[in-house]
Design a protein around this ligand. Structure first.
Ligand code: CU1
Length: 526
């Protein structure tokens, strides 16, 4: 075949098209797009499981599912959302934005990048299809605790292998991101000039490299306990089930920050753009991010206060956990200080960013409540904890993802998204999110346990309310889908410099508050 372009001269054939383009792509933008669509599909899948859970909990008693199936739903909802929806979305953003933000032509290892992505559907299929094997999916919760996880059928093994594959994908993705950032910055792009999103991902990638092997190790120990006669976690054979919790949460707590640090990065890009001021306290943002990452390694046993531990250990893990509020507070302060006296406008990305700051902070505060050991012993495994981590992960990570999608869609597609739809998506999401999760604080404080398909009559009203919120929130996400598809297919052409360049690097190094002439005055979007 005639060589028709530079690609063809190098490779002896033209660019693959259609499905083959996506399967063979080594382009960071294509791979970013794949990650983001995969993540959206997983969000809908995990969301459907959540709606089944909420449908069952609409009223006390058992109406829709069996208790066994209910537990399978909670397990798979957690695994799918953590590993399928949130993490891949953040990697998708990294693929799209990191090379462009540091002036690199692509990721450092483009073929490994392709492989990192294409492992994900394999793992997802393994995970989701475990619903259909004899005995059904894993029912022991996404944390896979023994002794329950040592029993059960082949679905537990499928879950373990899925986690292995997801871990390989994450480690390869993280290696790619670290290498790209450390080796491929444009001349002059020193570390302390990098956009905050790049910084947060550099630190996140180190977290991934540090803890994914720990997760892989501990689920492998589960596997050998199940099939090869070891007794790591089997008390009957002299093993220690609580040891699993220690190892798991040594991964699990940093995992929380793997899901939230890139979100911090996205928010730190968006707020300066719509406040038309440089980020307040750039250096302190970098140090706060690093501090949070380091502290995240020494707090794991705050998930285990009821397993029985010495008072000295309880005190250590309580205070260490509370310490994380300090750098997190620095960040919230900086975001607010960035908005302070800025010429703000409230397009959809900014709405989601402000929603993030308000609602994520509620999740942060309830985290402090949970950190207080005597309080935690009361509310462990109640809906208070469920409320807490959904404020962190939904109005935190997911809101940042939404904000970033609206912020960068014009750059990615060349088209403006529909602002009316975007705002509708934000307001409906925010109203229903709070209707869904705020009552769970009260349910938890009143003693309603999590992972239970039936409950006492006293909890009926708040549960009905939460279910209404859940269906409202779920349906609202279809607005996002419509908005994104419309934006890809056409719509108003995006300006050459989206948001009047307010998202570009020139904001990174101005002092805050900026000199008068550097304000960009007119609002950007009609
Ligand atoms: Cu934690």
């Amino acid at each position: 075949m005639e060589a028709t372009n530079a690609y063809a001269q190098d490779h002896g054939h033209d660019h693959p098209t259609g499905l083959m383009r996506w399967i063979t792509t080594t382009n960071h933008k294509d791979i970013g797009t794949l990650y983001l669509w995969f993540s959206f599909i997983m969000l809908l899948a995990g969301g459907c499981l959540a709606l089944l859970i909420r449908a069952e909990l609409f009223q006390p008693g058992l109406q829709i599912v069996t208790p066994e199936f209910f537990n399978q739903l909670t397990t798979l909802h957690g695994l799918i959302m953590v590993f399928g929806a949130i993490m891949p979305a953040m990697v998708g953003f990294a693929n799209w934005q990191v090379p462009m933000m540091i002036g690199a032509p692509d990721m450092a290892f483009p073929r490994m990048n392709n492989w990192s992505f294409w492992l994900l559907p394999v793992a997802a299929i393994m995970l989701v299809s475990s619903f259909f094997v004899p005995g059904g999916a894993s029912a022991g919760g996404w944390t896979m605790y023994p002794p329950l996880f040592l029993q059960g059928g082949i679905s537990n093994d499928m879950t373990i292998f899925a986690v292995h594959i997801l871990g390989i994908s994450s480690i390869m993705g993280a290696i790619n991101i670290v290498t790209t950032i450390l080796n491929m910055r444009a001349p002059g792009m020193t570390l302390m000039k990098m956009p905050l999103f790049v910084w947060t991902w550099l630190i996140t990638a180190y977290l991934l490299i540090a803890v994914m092997p720990v997760l892989a190790g501990t689920v492998t120990m589960l596997l050998t306990d199940r099939h090869f006669g070891t007794n790591f976690f089997n008390a009957a054979g002299g093993g220690d089930p609580v040891m699993f919790q220690h190892i798991f949460w040594f991964f699990g707590h940093p995992e929380v920050y793997i899901m939230i640090l890139p979100a911090f990065g996205i928010i730190s890009q968006i707020i300066p753009a719509f406040a038309r001021k440089p980020l307040f306290g750039y250096a302190s943002m970098v140090y706060a991010t690093a501090s949070i990452a380091i502290l995240s390694f020494i707090v794991w046993a705050h998930h285990m206060f009821t397993t029985g531990m010495p008072t000295s250990a309880q005190l250590f893990f309580m205070y260490a956990t509370m310490l994380i509020a300090v750098p997190t507070g620095v960040k919230v302060f900086n975001w607010v200080a960035t908005m302070w006296r800025g010429s703000m406008t409230f397009e959809t990305p900014m709405l989601f960013a402000i929603g993030f700051v308000c609602l994520f902070t509620i999740g942060g505060f309830t985290g402090l409540v949970c950190a207080i050991t005597p309080v935690d012993i009361q509310i462990q495994d109640t809906y208070y904890v469920v409320a807490h981590f959904h404020y962190v992960l939904v109005s935190g990570s997911l809101y940042a993802i939404f904000a970033g999608v609206y912020f960068w869609l014009p750059k990615w597609t060349g088209h403006m998204y529909n602002e009316k739809l975007g705002k509708l998506h934000f307001w409906l999401s925010t109203i229903f999110f709070n209707v869904l999760f705020f009552p769970m604080h009260f349910l938890g404080l009143a003693g309603m346990p999590r992972r239970i398909p039936d409950y006492a009559l006293q909890f009926a009203d708040f549960n009905a309310l939460a279910t209404v919120g859940a269906f409202g929130f779920g349906l609202s996400q279809l607005i996002l889908l419509v908005g994104v598809i419309k934006c890809i297919k056409g719509g108003e052409k995006a300006a050459g410099r989206t948001w009047e360049g307010a998202d570009s690097l020139e904001w990174t190094h101005l002092p805050s508050p900026p000199p008068y002439h550097s304000f960009v005055t007119p609002p950007v979007v009609k």
